[in-house]
Ligand binder design. Structure first.
Ligand SMILES: Nc1ncnc2c1ncn2[C@@H]1O[C@H](COP(=O)(O)OP(=O)(O)OP(=O)(O)O)[C@@H](O)[C@H]1O
Ligand SMILES: [Mg+2]
Length: 360
């Protein structure tokens, strides 16, 4: 199923007197992978829950297939929800059900499939996430990484057009995170669904998404092509990407500007942004990501609105992309030596078994 566009405008969410974020405006382009970054407690999970209509915002709109989720009838919301697959932050599996029943749950709840059809879908998705053979296990008997993947399999059973991941990589070791990132790109190539991933993993942010947003100080500080955030000179971006103490983000809250500036002056020469890494490509044998082609045109049309470093980074990465000539720049300088974007950093394709946790 081709992904659908999610258009969020002027969204504001409060709990009682506490505003979590306000005036959030962004569009998730159909079929593209977007990442949402932000310090802990800035309301990223609340944002995902608002997107699927579990939490009601005070202001703004969320439009999907011409329906505004904030104002639509209950029956319309029910239909729109079927477009979503969600991997909640804690996996949210039913503790008393084995993995098979957990993953079959949305199919039994939302479709009229027979048990034998359900068995086929569950087997396919469990194989996809490397859990084949673990059908009978209870969530309490498996590792955190396996629970994540079971949650992922459950999020996929209805072939959702929009997939939301809340920290799919938290609690995973770096190797499994690399496999998970590759799995996300491969899934996107296979489904062309629209993905939104909340993550704290900088490597994921650098190598997976087409677009990146940053929730910060109760606002969406930025949302755009990955190159825009990854080359941004905002102090908060450098602090985040380098994972350091000096900068506007504190342990329990965001620091005030004066304190942040003082600390940064005291720290002296802080390293700049890490170098831009290439985006992961689908594994060998996977289809092309359709979104990549759509994104090229979309980004070419908005290139003049982007800051200079982002524009330069996009133009440079364009030189690595195979396909018809790039039309975004003002010049025709395009090398003839084109090659696919695979580097030594690209992890090997996830042989299904390599992705499995070691042991039980
Ligand atoms: N149902 C709720 N009622 C009241 N307050 C809530 C509710 N859900 C979340 N909050 C508050 O909203 C704020 C944002 O929470 P949220 O879980 O979205 O943060 P987050 O950005 O996902 O953080 P983390 O990175 O640690 O997961 C927190 O202050 C939290 O206490
Ligand atoms: Mg969260």
């Amino acid at each position: 199923m081709t992904g659908v566009e999610v258009k969020v405008e002027g969204l504001t969410k409060s709990f009682g007197p506490a505003t979590i974020w306000s005036d959030v405006t962004l569009t998730l382009p159909p079929g593209e992978v977007s990442v949402l970054l932000g310090p802990s407690g800035t309301g990223k999970s609340v944002f995902l829950k608002t997107l699927i209509g579990l939490l009601k915002p005070e202001r703004g709109s969320i439009v999907i297939n011409d329906v505004d989720l904030v104002r639509c009838r209950e029956s319309e919301l029910y239909e729109i929800r079927k477009l979503f697959g969600v991997l909640f932050q804690d996996g949210a599996l039913f503790g008393s059900m084995n993995l098979y029943d957990n993953i079959a749950f949305p199919l039994r709840e939302h479709t009229r499939k027979s048990e034998s059809q359900i068995r086929d879908v569950v087997a396919e998705k469990m194989e996809m996430v490397g859990l084949a053979g673990d059908e009978g296990k209870l969530p309490g008997e498996i590792s955190g990484g396996m629970r994540k993947r079971a949650g992922l399999a459950r999020a996929l059973v209805l072939d959702p057009a929009i997939i939301l991941f809340d920290e799919p990589d938290s609690g995973l070791d770096p190797v499994r995170t690399a496999y998970l990132n590759q799995l996300i790109i491969d899934l996107n190539a296979q489904t062309d669904s629209t993905f939104l991933i909340v993550t704290h993993d900088i490597n994921t942010a650098q190598t997976v998404p087409d677009n990146i947003g940053l929730l910060y100080r109760k606002h969406l500080a930025m949302f755009g092509p990955r190159e825009q955030l990854l080359t941004s000179d905002e102090p908060v971006v450098a602090q985040f990407l380098n994972g350091r103490r000096e900068g506007p983000i504190g342990m329990s809250e965001e620091k005030d500007t004066a304190q942040a500036e003082r600390e940064m002056a005291e720290a002296g020469d802080l390293e700049g942004l890490p170098p831009l890494k290439p985006q992961l490509a689908p594994s060998t044998g996977m289809p092309d990501r359709q979104a990549v082609h759509r994104r090229r045109e979309r980004v070419a049309a908005m290139l003049h609105e982007l800051p200079e470093p982002a524009r330069r980074a996009i133009e440079e990465s364009e030189q690595d992309v195979p396909g018809p000539a790039w039309t975004g720049g003002d010049t025709d300088e395009r090398p003839t030596d084109i090659h696919p974007r695979i580097t030594d950093d690209t992890p090997p394709p996830p042989g299904r078994h390599q992705f499995r946790d070691g042991g039980a």
